[in-house]
Structure formats: C-alpha cells, structure tokens
Design a protein around this ligand. Sequence first.
Ligand SMILES: NC(=O)c1ccc[n+]([C@@H]2O[C@H](COP(=O)([O-])OP(=O)(O)OC[C@H]3O[C@@H](n4cnc5c(N)ncnc54)[C@H](O)[C@@H]3O)[C@@H](O)[C@H]2O)c1
Length: 668
Amino acid sequence: MTLEAFRKELKEGIPSVLPAIQDYDTSLNHAPKRKEILSTEEKKLALKNALRYFPVEQHTVLAPEFAEEMKNYGRIYMLRFKPKHKMYARNITDYPGESLQAKSIMLMIQNNLDHAIAQHPDELITYGGNGAVFQNWAQYRLCMQYLTEMTDEQTLTIYSGHPMGLYPSHKDAPRVIVTNGMVIPNYSKPDDLEKLNALGVSQYGQMTAGSYMYIGPQGIVHGTTITLLNGGRKISKNGEGLAGKLFVTAGLGGMSGAQPKAGNIAGCISVTAEVNAKATYTRHSQGWVDEVITNLDDLCARVNLAKKNKEVVSIAYQGNIVDVWEKFDQENVYIDLGSDQTSLHNPWAGGYYPVGISLDEANEMMASNPDLFKEKIQETLRRHVAAVNKHTAKGTYFFDYGNAFLLEASRAGADIMAEDGINFRYASYVQDIMGPMCFDYGFGPFRWVCATAKAEDLEQTDRIACEVLEEIMKVSPVEIQQQMADNIRWIKGAQENKLVVGSQARILYADAEGRIKIAAAFNKAIKEGLIGPVVLGRDHHDVSGTDSPYRETSNIYDGSRYTADMAIQNVIGDSFRGATWVSIHNGGGVGWGEVINGGFGMLLDGTDDTDRRLRSMLFWDVNNGISRRSWARNDEAVFAIKRAMATEPLLKVTIPNYADDDLINTIY
Ligand SMILES: NC(=O)c1ccc[n+]([C@@H]2O[C@H](COP(=O)([O-])OP(=O)(O)OC[C@H]3O[C@@H](n4cnc5c(N)ncnc54)[C@H](O)[C@@H]3O)[C@@H](O)[C@H]2O)c1
C-alpha cells in the first residue's frame, strides 16, 4: 500500500461504503472463543451497541454478521472492518494530521497491534490473553480518524477502547485520556468483565496494551534479568553467580517469552515450558529461546549435560509445565530457581492450560463446558504446587512472578499456604526482590521509542542514556550503586542482545534523577538535530503507577496495600504536569478487580515546552510512589524521599514516625 493510501485510510475512519468481507486469517494466533455469558436480551443489547457505529442502512447486512461473530467468538470484533494497511510503527512523519503529539499516539497504537508483537492481532489483543487495545475494529478506525484531525488545543477521551470524542482543551493538556475497565467496585468480579466486554462497553486493558505503551517482550526482559540476577544473589552461598544453575518456569507468550532471553543474559540454564506450539516456535524463530525439546527424557538429558558443562543456554519444553516439575522431581534434576509466568490472572479463558489434555481439547472445553474446564484447571494447579513443594523441600528457591499463581493456587485448594494460614509459602518477586531493591528507591521500567523508526536513533539514545547514568553513578550513594551498575551493564549490552521487536524501543530501569536527566538529554539531542522525536513512557509495573496488593504493592505492610489512591493520584498528577497521554486501568497483570494501574506517554520534540513538562511530570511520576512507600514505613523509600527533598526545595513530604513495638505490645 502506498503512503498516500495509508494516510487516506487513516483519515477515512469508518468507511461509508461497506468494505468486502475478509478471509479469516489462519496464519495468525487467534484469541480463544470466549465463554457464552449473555442472555438473549443481552445479546440484543450487544448487537444494538455494535451497530451504533454504522449508518442505519447498513444494519440489515451487519446485524446478522455481528451476531455470527458473537456466536463464533463470544465477542463482536467487526472483522470486516480490519484495515488494509499493515500494522507497525512507522516513521512519525508518515502519519497524517495536525498534531505531532497525536501522530506519536497513532504510532504507538500501531506498534501495539503489530503482528510481530500482538498476541491475537485480529482480536486487537496485545498480550496476556485479553489485554486489548480496542474492543473492535470500528473503535480503531474512529480513534485513528480523530487523531488525524485533532489539534494541540483538543483532547480525545477513550472509554475502554471507545473514542468518545474530541474536546477543547489546551496545549499543555494530554492529547488523549484513556480509561480501561473502570467499573463500580461492586461489579468487578471476573464474570462482570466477561459480560461488560461481550456487551461492548468495557475492556481489559492489561497494563501497556490498553495504554499503547507495549514494546514487545524487551519490556520485561530487563525486569526479568534484574529479578534473576537478584534472585541469584539471594541463593548465592559464597558470592558465586548463576553459572551452571537451573531456572525453571513456564510461558513463552507476550511477556513470559522474555524469560529465556533474560536467563541467557543473567548467565544461567533455563527451561521454559509452553503448551502452545505457535508461541514456542515464534519465540524460537525470533531467537528468544535457543533450543526446543518436545520429549521429557531428552529434556532431562539435555539439562544434565548443560549443568555438567556450565552452559548458558535457554531451552523451551513444548508441553505442560506440570509435567516438567514432576519429571525433574522423579529424575532428581535439581532446580535452583523456579517460577511461573502462565497467564493465571486469566485462568478460565486460556491463561493457564490443564495438564493431560491437548491444547485444542482444552480450548474446546473452555467454551463448551466451562465448569469442567474450571475443575481441570484447579486440579492442575494442585498438582503443580505439589510438585513445586517437593523441589523447594530439596532447596529450590521459588517465587511468584506476578501472574496470580499463588492466589489462584490458594483458591484451587493447593498446598500453598504458610504455617500461619494467612500468608503464602512463597514470596512474590516484588516482596522479596523488586520492592525493596528497586521500587522503594524509585527504580522502575522507564522506556522510550524512537519515533523515526531508525535503528541509528536508538543507538544514539542508548549512548546518551549510558553517558548520563555513568555520570550520575560517580556521585550515587552506596545504597543504589548496585542498581546503577546493573542498569549500566544492561544498556551497554542492549545493542548486542538484539532486543528490538517492533518499534525501535529501549527499556531501562532508572530512578527519578536518571529518568529526568536521560529525558532532558534526549530532548536536547532532538533540538540539536542529532536524533528525531522520541516517545517516553514506562510500564505500569512501576514505583507509583500500580496499586496491586499481591504484586507491585505487596511489600506495603501498613495495611494500605488494598487501597488504590496512589495509582489514581498518579495519573491525575501526570495529566496536568505535561503527559501527552495518560491511562488508568482496572485489571492488568493479576486480573480484573485485583489491581488499579496507570501510565503515560510523552512525546519529546526538542522544544523548551517539552523540557519544562518532562521535568515536572517525571519528578512527580516517581516521587508520588516513593512518598507512599515511605509513609508505609519502608526504610529504603524514607531514604529516597529524604534525598529527593534535599534536591528539590518545593517538595515537602510527610515523613512517618516509627512507633516502638514494645510500647504497642503493652497496649494490646
Ligand atoms: N513478572 C512480571 O513482571 C510480569 C509482568 C507482566 C506480566 N506478568 C504476568 O505474567 C503472565 C504472563 O504474561 P504473558 O504476557 O506472557 O501472557 P501470555 O498469555 O501471552 O503467555 C502465557 C503463556 O503461558 C502458556 N501456558 C499456559 N498454561 C500453561 C501450562 N500449564 N504449561 C505451559 N505453558 C502454559 C500459554 O500458552 C501462553 O503462551 C501474566 O499473568 C502477566 O500478567 C508478569
């Protein structure tokens, strides 16, 4: 398609003449059929809702077609309206429109739907099985049309994928405000989502899917590398590294696909089980996992050889993870580190597959007999945990990887509770590792995308970021030296590790000082013409963006981990301090109703206005969360917020006083 035709299609929005029906693309990985949840009356409502996007004279054609989609997929995706243009992040100058900021948002939306990145591109799902960018193709088309029309004096509001409209605002306001899955708290059970989503009035945005900030598995490679390195430090007896040690986990999907690569970077042997052959071979062909093995005996032999030779190798096991844990127990294959990254935030709709039945059978059962499917899942979870427990009894260090494994296993009645009956046997990686070592100090998954789509720009930004960090490290306090060193090592190896899938993007853990200085240096380089515009953002899985009691805020111990003030304050604060777009979601990572999380995107265009905005917004975006973590009496965060106050006279944060336990114990 020519550039002109591409621009025309974006500007056209929903075409006035019905486009031809398209063949169902069997080469793509499709979302499983969602379970039937609507009554007949509700199905009528869903149809009427879908038809709102189209002129009345098209309804006689579209109504039966959409009803058929509802019957076949459990959702109305409006597949006829899939655009003809290829989905990928183009150079920002290719996008039509009045506002450079709006163009940067179009670029990021297309990146989230890129076939090399998106898990179920036709169903507009980026990752995590149900992390949607839009609910249907009409929303995509309408949103893109609005973005091509908008000026820097307008703001577009998106309600769970639905573009409500353009509203007058001002140039310092966000160009887009996204909300996903926001519901009245009493209606936030998993089936409420299924129903609202089937009706076409709400969606699960995951974290960076519904906020257009997903950058493929690289985003999590870095976090996983840090987790493994620090996990390795936890199990290290004499300061030795991970060489020759075995890490066992599951999932080669959207984010879980980063695990083998992280294992290689951290320098261990990794085995990652994956039930879906498409996912396995996609990651293998992308070079994210070194070898694929389909037989358990071969797997044991290969792992033993790798251990003997202290190889750094990542192995995919094509099959169910439960079989691996059980087989390694029988064959006495010692596992040093263990975890799991199946999509247990979404256990009943394809996030976690039962052992002993094929993927196709499981997908069929999920839709035709959801009760039996649920039984099979819970049975599998109990077996899974029983096998993990045998290994941990031998010394394996197992951690929850933020996928609701512990939570769902406990709900399934697995032997997962600690002796006190309140806590779990195992810690979440945030409690043990990421919380105290990263988030409390303000280190989190800062990221950027070079909006020119040029690899040379990414190289330049890597170089600039590295120089900034090295400069900061010279005067960093001892408390954060390890973090600084890990991140400098990461950025130095980033080019060689070939992490780019989709847009020219980079992730880098940094604290407030690092983020601001890197962003300001990029903005200066843009002004000087060294590089083109850059989009800044971050994962929601960060210091301030996410309230999630079993994950991001699991190391908050003052009772406030079930509150969501921090995430809400954060997104509001970002929106008036200069973000180009902001988003706030119910659900993400651990499931609907279990977490509130938000994020931002910010276009760096080399202007002085942007320099002002980035300083104000990034400072808030990190220090908001540090303040809350400090108020929860986390020592590392108290240290970090006092440091921030010393550098910024306008910052005044309430610092907690620590009560003496002996005094409290005399009272109760
Ligand atoms: N640790 C983190 O930082 C972090 C960050 C983001 C997400 N997560 C969580 O990790 C989970 C995975 O995310 P994702 O984007 O990779 O999801 P995904 O759905 O793309 O991938 C999960 C994969 O697990 C496979 N799988 C399911 N059951 C299996 C089984 N029993 N044995 C082997 N393979 C099985 C699926 O086929 C799928 O490919 C999510 O719950 C997500 O929220 C963790």
